[in-house]
Design a protein around this ligand. Sequence first.
Ligand SMILES: Nc1ncnc2c1ncn2[C@@H]1O[C@H](COP(=O)(O)OP(=O)(O)O)[C@@H](O)[C@H]1O
Ligand SMILES: [Mg+2]
Length: 298
Amino acid sequence: MRRVRLGFAGREVEFVDREQALRQVEDWVNRGMALPRVVYGREGCGKTAWLRQGAELLRELGFDVIYVNPIELAFTVELGVEDVRNKLLSLIREAISQIAWGRVVWSIIGIARSAIEAGTRKLAIIVDDAFQVIGIDKVAIYVKGLLGILEHPPASYDKVIAITATSEGVSRREIGRHLWARLIPMWNMIREGFEQLYEQLPGNKPDFEDVWRLTGGNPRILGELYEVNWVADKVISELINDKEITPDLIRKWANHLREAVGDPDYLWYNAPGELVDELVRRNLILFPLPSRDPDPVD
Ligand SMILES: Nc1ncnc2c1ncn2[C@@H]1O[C@H](COP(=O)(O)OP(=O)(O)O)[C@@H](O)[C@H]1O
Ligand SMILES: [Mg+2]
């Protein structure tokens, strides 16, 4: 499989690691997909990178692939059916000029159906970070639209793979209330893979141990540390600003937060629900935390 090249910390790197996650894609191809998958995980943990590599893998396995990411203004459309492809491409072009990505995201469902109707037998639909543009309240209905493609296609198909990704803890709740998709967590990188990424950064670097401890294996935080010349306090104060961690908030929850920093399980068992909700809303934690199966079926 060709490894895709990705933007990382102002440079280009080769996709590394994630063997298990890529095997997962192959497994979906082999076994077929009865429910769309919604991949959720902390911002910057590597969802987009994996989906891009996954799109490449699927293409190599003979799939037509629709990949859109309205947040990064990125898309690839590899559809054999020319007029369906052209229709989607012109919608995307229009969206870029009018900042109307919500329309594109919604159109994907109809486009995918048209492609199947026109004879596409193997189709991958990958909608990355869509929920911010369509609105959290519409997430469930969107996922239901994807399920409709799998369950009630306009014509028969061999394989359809439908994946969306989100960092929004709230959207996960929306989806979890229905049984229209399977939610799968994505974690930060494992140590070996993360070290490969760290090795790709040039110049003087702090010890890997320190970087691992600071980032917990989150590639975006690694890139940010590199950009500010490893001054961790800068990244931390940016995070405080971006996440609106105000003095009021800290004053209100200081005791609980201190406990949680020492022992994250504290949030699970002992912290007030109101605090947990605040942290989920700011995408600072995933809650509830799914169990981490080293060999997941899905
Ligand atoms: N497996 C990987 N190999 C190389 N670079 C990666 C990998 N995973 C993530 N990155 C890089 O780390 C940064 C954050 O990852 P990204 O996929 O954008 O996270 P997410 O989509 O979960 O927010 C990006 O610059 C991405 O290119
Ligand atoms: Mg992303």
